[in-house]
Design a protein around this ligand. Sequence first.
Ligand SMILES: [Zn+2]
Length: 453
Amino acid sequence: MLADLYVRNGQIVTEQAVFYGGVVVKAGKIAQLVQGNPELAAQEVIDLAGKSLLPGLIDAHVHFSEPGRAHWEGFRTGTMAAAAGGITTVIEMPLNASPPTIDAENLHAKQAAAAQESVVDYALWGGLVTNNLDKLDELHHGGVVALKAFLSSSGSDFVRIDDDLLYAGLLQARELGTLVGVHAENEWVTRYLMEKLQALGRKDTAAWGEARPPATELEAIQRVLFWAKETGGQLHIVHVSLAAGIQMAALAKQAGVNVTVETCPHYLLFDEQDFARIGPMAKCAPPLRARAEVEALWQAVLHNQVDLIASDHSPCLLEEKTRGNDDVWLAWGGISGLQTLLPALLTEGVQRRGLTLPALTRMTAANPARIFGLYPQKGTLLPGADADLVIIDPHKTWVLTTDQLFYKNPHSAFVGYEFMGRVEQTIVRGVTVFRDGEIQGQPGFGQLQVRGV
Ligand SMILES: [Zn+2]
């Protein structure tokens, strides 16, 4: 049978190696990897001309806020930004949509919106909140790949949990064969410090960080690791901002705890000085840290202690940010960073710190696929996998401007950043969805991904 697509003459990146060769695609799947540059018959041929080809990225942490708040983002604009960023599968969070994804009914509403609008493939998180323990079963069987919980207040209508539900949720997740993803910050100490700083009249960006110091994150990480060990439940700690937190998880892993950890590009690119310079656009929780913490976090990444890197794309209306210009407490806490996940890691990781492309691929494709039960259909170039591919020019230098953003609200803390490495083309199941700055994929093309059996 004639191949549908032959991508040839470039650097092929897997999580094990980089080699000169090509990829053959048939019926939306990887048919074969080839070494060198042989002549092969195919309907369509793409000449990489020495550029690099990676497995399409899986961003395991995005908020599209649809249904209910699609004017903040939505599956159409969110997955267009994903396509432009080389991301072929997103895993979307249960909060910021209204209602949040905490039972089967709300899940079905989200699945309907996603099915109609998505340009790339997607999977969904469900929520573990107060009083929905009896809904976890229907969420899991309805297709969510993981359950998200907050130990500290989320800043939205998504209700935080205490240790009782963390304990019960981990036990139930273990029964179901899924995982609990935890936002790990201490509610009580952050609240105490915030109220104290507010009473002093502090409204500056530094106050946001002072209300959420490293100890408040590390205590929560220590606590969730303890309960993961006690219950045997599978734990994923989202957006860890501190190398010390990554190392706690690494020690717990050695002791047999079933835990994985995530960090985000904003913790790797920005520090608290950048927050002061950029303003509320860079407000997030946990907050941006001191420069020494940023470099320590890079060391954890380079030493293979971080399981995955995700964007925590958390968009909002521009006014939700600007209202905090003179009072940081009023700004939305979240950074729009989906489209720049890969360029950020290429620039500050690969170009500046010697991160290898296979390691990048492991943290942004293979590992997220494994953790969320999508491997080996997703996250790899193994024959038989979905032909999800991204072509990058690793040497192209460019500056992010708002007019390049596909977000519903085109603003981001990354605007103005000079990147080295650009996404040229993104292919989902053999079909080009983004090429040379243009979206080519159709809304409704993206397919729901569920845990494999
Ligand atoms: Zn998030």
